[in-house]
Ligand binder design. Structure first.
Ligand code: FES
Length: 107
């Protein structure tokens, strides 16, 4: 399952700044459109068990709305405290008019 690409959205489904909750390989993930670049990251914040879906996307980063940490959407690295652990990121591709995710941690 972790080695299979899964179609999770049609290409124009999300506007820039929008995100979508997806389930892939038993993981709860977020598909994010940041200025028409797509990223997939863990849904839950690494600081506490809080959904990043309730936050927002700004300048290639996702903000947790509970305590305000920002995470880089490409690397998952936390950019501001209080979070000090990364969130996982996952490979994404566009193909055949759809967005696909490989539900395996990005190396
Ligand atoms: S729960 Fe996300 S920064 Fe605290």
């Amino acid at each position: 399952m972790e080695n299979e690409w899964l179609a999770v959205a049609v290409e124009n489904e999300l506007s820039p700044g929008q995100m979508k909750r997806i389930t892939a390989g038993n993981k709860r993930l977020l598909l994010c459109n940041a200025d028409d670049s797509y990223y997939v990251v863990d849904e839950m914040c690494s600081h506490e068990d809080y959904s990043l879906f309730l936050g927002c996307i700004q300048d290639g980063r996702i903000k947790c709305s509970l305590h305000g940490s920002y995470f880089d959407l490409k690397s998952g690295a936390p950019e501001t405290e209080p979070a000090n652990q990364p969130i996982c990121t996952y490979p994404v591709k566009k193909e055949g008019g759809q967005i696909w995710v490989l539900p395996r941690k990005q190396e």
